[in-house]
Design a protein around this ligand. Structure first.
Ligand code: DAH
Length: 346
């Protein structure tokens, strides 16, 4: 085996590649590993060691190439220079040095659609308290459904001695939105708001589950609102977002903060239910997209809204999944990966 020669060939390949790490999976390396099995026992250790050394040398070349690919050529800025008001306008960076993240672009689109439907957009927060995460949403202390929202907590506590929490859903904003727009009701107007933002969960990671992801919450309250309004609103939104009619499935479900509660699923655009091994829908043919329901009277009451006078619906939709299905993205982990070859496609 000519190790020198293999190293030379593979180093040259890595040094020119746009995906240098792929060289580690080159057939030449596989041949070396396969060769180990054919050797007598007493030669295997030494040979294996040489293969590992070769890989290590190759990794150095790969790292150099990766850094070269990541390097961006920006002109140096002299931050100590005096500001010259007559200086020419600063030049914008060329667009190939950055693109808008697909989730940001889609959140903008989602927001636009709901704004046209009369909903205002509110922002959530990335650290919240347990009152907004649970109590205001009808999960009293010790409620078993709290376990479905296992997320990160800080060591710091709030005034009640409860640890602060990285929200596991955008529903944390329901109480704030209801209180902020409660005045609309007395004027005969509806409360209609959406909250698109980032949420966190303790998940076993796979193609469909991330610890950090995005949801859009929707809240609508007025007199005489019913389940028909809820389903029609969501269908209208989905149709507008995807630009076509879709197969949706509505199943009864349970959330403490809605009664009745439902789960919306879309038919899997990857396999359309035809591949029992489909990684995206686990062969189920459907992808759960959102939870929704009629706002529970206790949730309205927690915001000082009389549930005998007003009713409303709420929904919480996973944005990552919505976007995955729009563009045929097969793995949710791409979004947070920071991989340029993924991001540059948008
Ligand atoms: N917050 C729920 C979750 O993340 C989703 C949800 C269900 C939001 C029903 C709602 C709702 O507003 O009414 O699992």
């Amino acid at each position: 085996m000519d190790f020198e020669k293999v190293l030379q060939v593979l180093s040259a390949r890595a040094a020119q590649s746009n995906h240098p790490q792929e060289v580690l999976r080159a057939p030449e390396i596989k041949t070396l590993y396969d060769h180990i099995k054919t050797l007598p026992n007493d030669e295997r250790g030494a040979f294996g060691k040489r293969v590992n050394e070769l890989k290590k040398s190759l990794e150095v070349v790969i790292e150099v190439r990766r850094q070269e690919l990541d390097k961006v050529d920006l002109p140096p800025i002299d931050v100590t220079a005096p500001m010259d008001i007559n200086a020419p306008q600063p030049e914008l960076l060329p667009s190939e040095q950055g693109t808008i993240h697909p989730l940001s672009a889609e959140i903008e689109r989602i927001s636009d659609i709901f704004n046209r439907m009369g909903f205002v957009t509110e922002e959530s927060r990335e650290i919240d308290d347990q009152f907004h995460m649970f109590e205001s949403l009808n999960f009293p202390k010790g409620h078993p459904a709290r376990d479905d929202y296992d997320t990160f907590m800080t060591e710091e506590t709030d005034a009640n001695g409860d640890r602060l929490i990285a929200p596991a859903h955008t529903s944390t904003m329901q109480n704030r939105v209801l209180k902020k727009y409660r005045g609309n009701l007395a004027n005969g107007e509806a409360i209609a708001a959406i909250v698109p933002d980032r949420v966190f969960r303790n998940e076993d990671l796979d193609a469909r589950h991330e610890h950090t992801f995005y949801q859009v919450e929707g809240v609508y309250v007025a007199k005489g609102v019913n389940v028909g309004n809820l389903i029609a609103t969501l269908q209208e939104f989905l149709q507008e977002y995807y630009g076509k009619k879709l197969d949706v499935r509505v199943n009864p479900f349970y959330f403490p903060f809605t009664e009745p509660s439902f789960e919306f699923a879309l038919s899997c655009p990857f396999c359309e239910g035809k591949n029992p091994d489909c990684k995206v829908c686990s062969g189920e043919g459907w992808i759960e997209l959102l939870g929704c329901g009629m706002i529970h009277p206790n949730v309205l009451q927690a915001a000082d809204i009389d549930p005998n006078e007003y009713t409303g619906f709420a929904f919480g939709c996973g944005i990552d999944r919505l976007v995955m299905m729009k563009y045929g993205i097969e793995d949710v982990r791409h979004f947070e990966s920071g991989k340029l070859d993924f991001l540059e496609q948008f």
